[in-house]
Design a protein around this ligand. Structure first.
Ligand code: SF4
Length: 85
């Protein structure tokens, strides 16, 4: 599993984050659109997704867990700084 040093800087602080092994398949933002977003900044590396909002309720947290499970690159982690989530 990738470690926190590999997280994209666009991720908001908190438990969930996307790391640089992301292949930009956009599955996570389809599953949990309230928390994951595709990177629209063309200056940055090939499209990747990142966490733009940490889950704020149980339903969002479940979708984040689901996104983590289906991510084909195992790019999503849930061991970030809990103090901000
Ligand atoms: S599901 Fe995984 S590989 Fe696909 S865009 Fe999200 S983080 Fe990247």
């Amino acid at each position: 599993m990738p470690d926190q040093a590999d997280r994209f800087e666009e991720n908001v602080p908190g438990k969930y984050y996307v790391t640089k092994v992301c292949i930009g398949c956009a599955l996570c933002s389809a599953i949990a659109p309230d928390n994951f977003m595709e990177n629209a900044d063309e200056e940055l590396a090939v499209g990747n997704s990142y966490v733009y909002k940490q889950p704020e309720n149980e339903a969002e947290a479940l979708l984040c867990e689901e996104a983590m499970e289906v991510c084909p690159a195992d790019a999503i982690c849930n061991n970030g700084d809990m103090s901000h989530s």
